[in-house]
Design a protein around this ligand. Structure first.
Ligand code: SR1
Ligand code: MG
Length: 424
C-alpha cells in the first residue's frame, strides 16, 4: 500500500481519520474522511475495534494490540494474530460463503483488518441474555462448522495445500498457548489468574479440582487439542463470536484459528448455549417465559449438532476428494456401505471430542480468567453460584462419560436433570 506506515502504532478515535483517511479501500465505502465519525467499541479481551461511519456507509476497523487488553501490557501478545484472523476469514468465506464479514483491507504492519459492518446484528451472547429467539440459528452454525471443518480437512483439501496451510497456521503459537493454559490447565488448579464466585462456590471448586479422573481426562483432551491437526478451526467459537439479527447469523473473530480437532469448535459452541441455559434463572423474573426460553436453547443446542451431522454427511457423500477415506477403497469398489459405516464411526469420534471440549469450556468460564457475561451479570451471588455449580457438574459428567453418551438426546436429558439439582 502506497501510504502504509512503516511501524506499528495503535489507533485511537482521535488519530484514525488522519491515519486511514487516505485509504481508498475505506473511503470508497464510508465516504469522504471529513464525514467520518469514529467510535471505539471493543468489548472483547484482546483488541481495539472501531466503528467508522460516514456519509456513504460504515465499516469496522479491528486492530490488534501488542498485549492482552483484558490484563494489560504485563501480558504481551504478538500482533501477528491479525494475520491469522485475516487468513482464517478468507478460508471461511471460501468454505462457508456468506457466513463471515467481507474484508476490505488488511494491513499486516498495523495489524489491522477493515471489514464489513454487519448491521443491525448484535452479539449472540447479549441476545440470549435478552431472551430473544432466532430462526435458522442452529442451521447456520451447524452448517458453518460442517463446511469449514470438512473442507479444510484431509477429507477434502489436496494434501500439499493442506500441509502448507497446517504449517502456516502452526505459527499461531501464542494464541494456542492461551487456550492450552486457560482452558485445559489453569481451571484445574488454583492458578494465579483464576477467579470464581467465592465463597459460595468454594467447596464445589475444591471437589472438582480434587477429581483425579477428571484431571486426567482433561489432559487427554489437551493432548488432542495440541496434537490432532484435523481441520482449520475458528478456535474461539463462543457466543461472543457470533452476531445475530432475526434469522441471520454471522461468525466473527477467528484470530485463534489453527489446525486442531474438529470437535473443538462445536464443543465450544454447545457449551456457550448450555451456559446460556444454566444462567437463565438469573435473568428475568417471568418463570414461564424463562422455562420456554430454556427449552428453546436446548432445541438450538440439539439442532446445531443435528445440522452439523447432516451437512457433514452430505459433504462426505458428495465432496470427499481428499486423501482420507478415499473413494478408491470404498465407492469405486462398490463398497458404499463400508463408506457409510466409516462415516458413522467418524461422526461418533467427533461427537465424543465435542462433548469433552464442551465440558472444558463450561468449566473454564466459571473457574478461570475469562468469564461470561451471562453468569457475571447475575448480581445475586448465591444464585449465581447455584447456576454455575450446575454448569460445572454438567461439564464434569460430559468430560468423564463422553465415550458412553449415546447422542444429543442424552446430553439434553442430563442437562435438564442437573438443572433441577442444588449443589451449593
Ligand atoms: C486472555 S484472552 C482470554 C480469552 O479471551 C478470548 O476471547 C479467548 O476466549 C480467550 O481464551
Ligand atoms: Mg474474540
Amino acid at each position: 500500500m502506497s501510504n502504509a506506515q512503516s511501524e506499528y502504532s495503535a489507533l485511537s478515535p482521535e488519530t484514525l481519520v488522519s491515519r486511514l483517511g487516505t485509504r481508498a479501500e475505506i473511503s470508497d465505502r464510508v465516504g469522504a474522511p471529513e464525514s467520518w465519525e469514529v467510535k471505539e467499541v471493543g468489548d472483547g479481551n484482546l483488541n481495539l475495534v472501531f466503528i467508522v461511519k460516514g456519509e456513504v456507509g460504515t465499516v469496522v476497523v479491528k486492530q490488534a494490540l501488542p498485549y492482552v487488553r483484558l490484563v494489560g501490557d504485563s501480558w504481551p501478545l504478538p500482533l501477528k494474530r491479525a494475520f491469522f484472523e485475516y487468513h482464517a476469514l478468507t478460508r471461511q468465506a471460501q468454505h462457508a460463503p456468506g457466513t463471515v464479514p467481507e474484508i476490505y483491507l488488511f494491513d499486516e504492519t498495523q495489524a489491522l483488518i477493515v471489514m464489513e459492518f454487519i448491521e443491525p446484528h448484535i452479539i449472540l451472547r447479549l441476545s440470549l441474555m435478552a431472551q430473544n429467539h432466532h430462526e435458522n440459528l442452529a442451521q447456520t452454525l451447524g452448517e458453518f462448522c460442517a463446511r469449514t471443518l470438512f473442507r479444510s480437512s484431509d477429507l477434502s483439501l489436496k494434501t500439499a495445500d493442506r500441509k502448507a496451510d497446517v504449517a502456516l497456521f502452526s505459527d499461531n503459537v501464542e494464541l494456542c498457548d492461551i487456550t492450552e493454559n486457560l482452558i485445559f490447565t489453569d481451571p484445574y488448579f488454583d492458578a494465579e489468574m483464576n477467579r470464581h464466585t467465592a465463597p459460595y462456590l468454594d467447596s464445589v471448586v475444591a471437589s472438582l479440582r480434587n477429581d483425579l479422573a477428571l484431571k486426567a481426562e482433561v489432559q487427554h483432551l489437551k493432548w488432542k487439542f495440541c496434537s490432532s491437526a484435523e481441520s482449520l478451526l475458528h478456535g474461539d467459537l463462543h457466543s461472543g463470536s457470533v452476531m445475530v439479527s432475526g434469522g441471520s447469523a454471522r461468525v466473527i473473530d477467528p484470530e485463534f484459528a489453527f489446525y486442531g480437532p474438529m470437535g473443538f469448535d462445536i464443543g465450544l459452541l454447545l457449551a456457550n448455549f448450555l451456559t446460556a441455559y444454566y444462567s437463565q434463572p438469573g435473568h428475568g423474573s417471568d418463570d414461564k417465559k424463562r422455562q420456554e426460553y430454556q427449552a428453546w436453547i436446548l432445541d438450538v443446542t440439539r439442532d446445531v449438532w443435528r445440522y452439523f451431522e447432516t451437512e457433514f454427511s452430505n459433504l462426505w457423500r458428495t465432496e470427499r476428494t481428499g486423501i482420507a477415506y478415499t473413494s478408491s477403497v470404498f465407492e469405486d469398489q462398490n463398497h458404499k456401505l463400508a463408506s457409510e459405516l466409516a462415516l458413522t464411526k467418524r461422526l461418533s469420534m467427533i461427537f465424543e471430542d465435542t462433548l469433552g471440549f464442551c465440558g472444558t469450556e463450561l468449566h473454564r468460564r466459571i473457574l478461570g480468567l475469562a468469564h461470561n457475561a451471562e453468569f457475571e451479570e447475575i448480581a445475586d451471588e448465591p444464585l449465581r453460584a447455584q447456576c454455575e455449580a450446575r454448569a460445572l457438574e454438567l461439564g464434569r459428567q460430559l468430560i468423564l462419560n463422553r465415550a458412553h453418551i449415546s447422542g444429543m438426546a442424552s446430553v439434553l436429558d442430563l442437562a435438564r436433570e442437573i438443572s433441577k439439582e442444588n449443589f451449593v
